[in-house]
Design a protein. Structure first.
Length: 331
């Protein structure tokens, strides 16, 4: 079986690219909201509807709370006529070109500062589609909030749409689509970082390389869906088996990895700790459950390797794990 870490780009390039993706995902994360979103409704919040005849002076009072980003203008006298006033829009109007906007507009109706051609979408519209529509708007309205129709009016900010979209792309770049585990490049990046840190404090890096036997036979006998179910079940079990501070990843079609950093200890203690982790992982993967047919559950080979205290080379750890795994399969 080919080396899951072979044919990779240079270590410096891989680490730099991955760091950029991780930093981007962290930067765009929405506090209190999931990073990954599917529909625009997941980003929406209630928005107040006002009458177009309301004086602008009263509308200004509505915008005093900092959390009011926009209002929807719903003209009951003209069914289907819907507009929006954003915080940026009312601020620009009240300021005016010469600073007299408030004096001129205070008694005028809200209708006079309303954008009557807002972007209105259905709540179930995918975030990616709404973000594309938002970016296609004229420059002066490109970053206005988007309105959601339905039983009650809601709005979603374009900034939130773009954060969610970019965050989803970043997440997909670092996690396997089928199992949800970190990808090969992500696992490699994490291993490299762990190895860099062992120089401080005498810690060690441990690596468990797992090879699932006979996946081609499972796919041939039970079908591709059953094979995918096996891999998903294995990934879930593996993620649940690793202690806090350890990481599991999918490094190839039927290969997984577990990474751990051991505290300062002697060689005998390190060997015992890694062996205990190996046994715990194998125990969790021993028998099938859920939708997996009993006859489809495969055996798993595991190779373990750990660094010396205070020094670790990721390439050497992977090569040694591959060597030990090959020996385990021929034993």
């Amino acid at each position: 079986m080919p080396d899951p870490f072979s044919a990779r780009p240079g270590l410096a390039t891989l680490t730099a690219v991955h760091d950029t993706l991780v930093d981007l995902a962290q930067h765009v994360a929405l506090r209190g909201r999931p990073l990954r979103t599917g529909t625009v409704a997941e980003l929406a919040r209630p928005v107040l509807a006002v009458d177009p005849a309301m004086p602008v002076g009263r509308l200004e009072v509505i915008f005093r709370p900092a959390d009011v980003a926009c209002v929807v203008v719903h003209d009951a006298a003209a069914p289907g006529r819907v507009g929006i006033v954003t915080r940026a829009g009312i601020t620009a109007a009240l300021t005016g070109r010469l600073g007299y906007g408030r004096a001129v507009l205070e008694r005028r109706p809200t209708d006079s500062i309303t954008d009557w051609s807002p972007l209105v979408v259905r709540p179930e519209t995918p975030v990616s589609e709404v973000a594309t529509l938002a970016m296609d708007r004229p420059a002066e309205h490109r970053y206005d909030d988007v309105l959601l129709g339905g039983g009650t009016w809601r709005s979603a900010s374009t900034a939130d749409l773009m954060r969610s979209l970019v965050g989803t792309l970043a997440d997909r770049s670092t996690h396997d689509a089928l199992t949800g585990l970190p990808t090969r490049s992500t696992a490699w990046h994490s291993l490299t970082r762990r190895c860099r840190l062992v120089a401080h404090g005498g810690t060690r890096v441990a690596l468990l390389l797992l090879d699932v036997r006979g996946m081609a036979g499972v796919n041939a006998r039970f079908g591709q869906e059953a094979g995918d179910a096996v891999l998903v079940e294995l990934a879930g079990r593996l993620a649940a088996a690793v202690p806090r501070g350890c990481e599991a990843g999918r490094v190839d079609g039927d290969r997984f990895v577990v990474l751990a950093t051991l505290p300062p200890m002697d060689d005998v203690q390190a060997a015992a700790s890694v062996e205990a982790l190996r046994h715990d992982v194998l125990d969790r993967l021993a028998a099938p459950s859920g939708p997996v047919p009993p006859g489809a559950w495969p055996a798993v080979d595991v190779a373990t390797v750990w660094s010396v205290a205070g020094a670790a080379d990721p390439d050497e750890l992977v090569r040694e794990a591959e060597h030990r795994l090959a020996l385990a399969r021929t034993a």
